[in-house]
Design a protein around this ligand. Structure first.
Ligand code: SF4
Length: 388
């Protein structure tokens, strides 16, 4: 039986670049958008044709960039092309990232009709001053209007993205964002601290860097997120992700739980398990698409050939991924699952770091699950490094 897989679709277009953004995204007119979707659809068909049978798909995630910048026609084209080549499972999650300022009631109704059943809206802050400083194209009232339009269009599974540790952001201002978001009762909330990326306007603006919250305030904001959202009925299931019961993002869980995925579009990454054959053992591959738009649009190659950075994962690398991806989830990992997958005890491979972090109170073992403690979450990157 074929395993369930996930699909990621990258739409690299935005109205304009935000001041903190180093994602693969840029502005583009309608003609370029149409050509891009032509290439994307071709890539989906070519890849589908290479697969022995249509794989069952448990989730599709259209990310970017700003997928909602595309016309309704283009969104329909992408989804119907996927349906031609893959079998969507009955409960498949079909998520789309959207930004206020690119949405309308008409678009939202059309997305629902096309099968999109989860929306992830980028808000970042309910404070218009913060939004201006970030270079976002929308205000808080514009976000609110689009959110209510999405509800009216029938979206009953919505994520809101917010950010903390912004230049000049006080604890009060961040708390106000959390409270305003809670009032809207989305099913899912993601909250990330701002990461300063080299080369972005924000990174080069000394006046803004001077007013960045210090580490202690960043930590207090993190704790505030947890307390405020948990008090409001959201449970944290990953370091930065909160959901109402049963509304965890299926697609993201797949990334942390070793589910294979195919990425389509500019720069999109894939993780693929290749079954064994008479002349080759099972292989676990990571690869990504070209990042140059011109090359992607010309697309004169067979599908797997314009993918690059092929990496065949060794058993050790897969074990390390099992640990550091699995530990991102608040429920952690189980030694039994490790043994099932790799045929050896977790203790025999990682006994030393596990014991060290258990002693330091950074990991805990409860009900047969190994997980980060609150303290461990604060230094999670250091812990993950020890498993690599
Ligand atoms: S909307 Fe998102 S992807 Fe687009 S520029 Fe802003 S942060 Fe980057």
């Amino acid at each position: 039986m074929l395993p369930e897989i996930e699909l990621y679709i990258h739409i690299p277009f935005c109205i304009r670049k935000c001041n903190y953004c180093d994602f693969l995204s840029f502005p583009a007119g309608e003609e370029l958008q149409n050509r891009y979707v032509d290439a994307l659809c071709q890539e989906i068909s070519d890849t589908g044709a290479c697969l022995p049978l249509p794989y069952p798909v448990r989730s599709i995630f259209m990310g970017g960039g700003t997928p909602s910048i595309l016309s309704i026609y283009n969104i329909r084209r992408i989804l119907s092309r996927i349906r031609e080549h893959f079998n969507l499972t009955e409960k498949a999650e079909i998520s789309m990232e959207a930004n206020p300022g690119t949405l309308s009631s008409e678009k939202l109704a059309a997305y629902r009709e096309a099968g999109v059943n989860r929306l992830s809206i980028g808000l970042q802050s309910a404070d218009d001053e913060c939004l201006r400083m970030l270079g976002r194209i929308h205000s808080w009232p514009e976000f609110r209007k689009n959110y209510l339009q999405a509800r009216k269009a029938g979206f009953d599974n919505i994520n809101i993205d917010i950010m903390s540790a912004l230049p000049g952001q006080s604890l009060e201002s961040y708390l106000k964002t959390l409270k305003e978001v809670i009032k809207l009762q989305p099913e899912h909330i993601s909250s990330y601290s701002l990461i300063l990326e080299e080369g972005t306007p924000l990174y080069n603006d000394d006046s803004l860097l001077k007013i960045l919250p210090d580490e202690e305030t960043d930590r207090l904001m993190y704790e505030m997120t947890k307390k405020t959202l948990e008090d409001a009925g959201y449970h944290r299931y990953e370091i930065s992700n909160y959901a109402k019961e049963g509304k965890e993002c299926i697609h993201n869980l797949g990334y942390w739980e070793d589910v294979p995925y195919l990425g389509f579009g500019l720069g999109a990454a894939s993780y693929w398990k290749e079954k064994s054959s008479t002349d080759r053992p099972e292989r676990f591959l990571r690869f990504s698409n070209v990042r140059d738009l011109h090359t992607y649009l010309i697309q004169p190659y067979l599908p797997f050939e314009y993918r690059q950075d092929y990496q065949q994962l060794s058993r050790e690398e897969r074990m390390a991924e099992f640990m550091f991806l699995g530990l991102r989830k608040i429920r952690g990992v189980t030694p039994g699952h490790f043994k099932e997958r790799f045929g050896c005890d977790m203790e025999s491979v990682y006994g030393e770091p596990i014991r060290k972090f258990l002693d330091m109170g950074l990991l805990s073992m409860k009900d047969g699950r190994l997980a980060l403690t609150e303290q461990g979450i604060n230094v999670s990157n250091q812990i993950f490094c020890e498993f690599i």
